[in-house]
Ligand binder design. Structure first.
Ligand code: HEM
Length: 483
């Protein structure tokens, strides 16, 4: 044994006492545990977060969220620890300042976070989707559900749906028409609505500075800081004022058979919310469905055959025909799973302090529910990254079809609980009919003879996840029906 070691002590194996060994083991386990489950200054055990740097914490990871939220939220091609698509099990917590934001790390966290703490954090927004829990939200949602989105009302709108067909124009035209009347769906207005919706989507995508760093809230109050919001509000107000004025002019002169729309029922309500909530989401589903089908010619052929057989001979499919198109409906479900339009749902806020999976979630924490992670969790889904509509067909025994109505937490494209999407029935009828019509009336191919496998499937993240590059397709009328 070298001399210098002997000076410190004899560490040969025979001289180490079991008590000493045990103490080291206990110390190392405690250090490991505390590193994985750290307690903050208030003694709270917060959920795990991506690695933090001294002094600046997670600020360096947040810069992308604040400057280009649409690129740093879901769908990163190079996922990092803050991306909901990084790894279904290790999605972390983003701790900025103040309460910060917690991201649901997976299906196990769901109950408490999703169902019990349900206030939305956008205190300044007064529409249904972002309104905080309370009387204003309750009235708005009740009005939408009773007058527009109940199963009976959705059924009664089938003629209107069958009259309005064509991707974005379809979802926007249809929603505008039932919410605000047929004049709102005129082509020029559709374009103006699209601009207003795009503006709102950009503004609402990603977190806001004051929510991540409450101590910096004063920055947002500086003159000019909300100029984008003001411009957008002006656009919406101009559009809605015109529509409301038309309704007021028409009031009393209505023919009995004339369509009664949502504004007729609720002149005082805010239809902008429903038009925005109902247009982008449905359009995104249709665009992804067409992209996935074009990428997989065998699936396109099978689905198209089913649609054409079910609606055989008619000028266009009806909703009764769609009921006998299980494959087409499975395609829509699979799009809702793999290309979930709102992968983080709409953020919630913990109304009171709570504990989830052994972690403390302080009151006021902004919680993102990572529904996309649950829908692609290999624990629940076989080959989750593959587009396989068959998984929703009855004959596939391996994976029993998950219900999308908010009770199966591995599949929540419309959310769950009290703040669940009230437009689900409306959207499913609309999207299935539009997709069936596209496949029935046209033959589809990629431009310039492009290879299907080369079709770009990159996403452009935001509050709704659209395609990064718009889908360009060649449509040839189906001679059998359009002759
Ligand atoms: C495929 C189409 C659609 C999808 C995927 C979708 C998805 C969602 C999701 C994920 C939420 C948040 C739920 C939560 O946080 O738990 C939501 C909320 C909402 N959606 Fe939809 N939606 C669609 C179509 C529609 C349509 C057509 C309408 C109305 C015409 C609509 C109106 C609303 C409203 C008003 C809310 C807010 C509900 C609340 O906060 O209480 N949605 N939607």
């Amino acid at each position: 044994m070298p001399e210098f070691l002997q000076e410190v002590g004899d560490f040969s194996a025979s001289s180490i006492s079991p008590v000493f060994l045990l103490s080291i083991l206990v110390f190392l386990s405690a250090a490991y545990y505390l590193r994985r489950h750290p307690k903050n200054k208030k003694g709270l055990r917060l959920p795990p977060s991506p690695p933090r740097l001294p002094l600046i914490g997670n600020l360096h990871q947040l810069s992308a969220l604040l400057t280009a939220p649409s690129e740093s939220f879901p769908g990163n091609t190079a996922p990092d620890a803050t991306s909901p698509r990084a790894d279904p099990h290790s999605r972390g917590l983003i701790r900025g300042g103040g309460a910060g934001g917690a991201q649901d790390p997976g299906p196990r966290l769901r109950h408490q976070a999703l169902l019990r703490r349900r206030r939305r954090p956008h205190q300044s927004l007064r529409n249904v989707s972002f309104a905080p829990y309370g009387e204003h939200w309750r009235q708005g949602k009740k009005a939408a559900v009773v007058h527009l989105l109940s199963p009976n009302k959705v059924q009664s709108l089938r003629r209107t749906r069958e009259e309005e067909r064509d991707l974005y124009a379809f979802s926007n035209g249809f929603v505008c028409r039932v919410v605000a009347g047929s004049s709102a769906a005129r082509e020029v207005r559709t374009q103006r609505f699209r601009e207003a919706i795009d503006g709102a989507t950009a503004l609402l995508s990603g977190p806001r500075l004051e929510e991540l760093f409450p101590s910096l809230a004063w920055v947002t109050k500086l003159p000019g800081a909300d100029s984008r919001l003001k411009k957008l509000a002006k656009k919406w107000n101009a559009l809605l004022d015109e529509i409301v004025a038309e309704h007021e002019r028409r009031a009393g002169k209505r023919e009995e058979a004339e369509e009664v729309d949502f504004i007729d029922l609720l002149l005082s309500a805010d239809p902008a919310d429903l038009i925005a909530a109902g247009t982008d989401t449905s359009y995104v589903v249709l665009e992804w469905a067409m992209a996935e089908l074009l990428k997989n010619p065998a699936l396109l052929e099978r689905t198209q055959r089913e649609v054409r057989e079910a609606a055989g001979g008619k000028p266009a499919p009806t909703e009764d025909d769609v009921a006998s198109m299980p494959r087409l409906r499975a395609v829509v479900k699979e799009v809702l799973r793999l290309h979930m339009p709102a992968p983080l749902l709409i953020p919630r806020e913990a109304m009171e302090a709570t504990r989830v999976l052994g972690y403390d979630v302080p009151a006021g924490t902004r919680v993102f529910i990572n529904a996309w992670a649950m829908a692609t969790d290999p624990e629940w889904w076989e080959a989750p990254e593959e587009f396989r509509p068959e998984r929703f067909l009855r004959e596939e025994k391996a994976a029993p079809p998950a219900d999308l109505r908010g009770s199966d937490f591995q599949f929540l494209p419309f959310g769950a609980g009290r703040r669940m999407c009230p437009g689900m029935n409306f959207a499913l009828c609309e999207v299935e009919l539009a997709l069936a019509s596209l496949l029935y009336c046209f033959d589809w191919s990629l431009p310039d003879g492009a290879a299907p496998e080369g079709l770009d499937m990159a996403e452009s993240p935001g509050i709704t996840v659209r395609r990064k590059t718009p889908l360009r397709l060649i449509a040839v009328p189906n001679s059998a029906v359009l002759a």
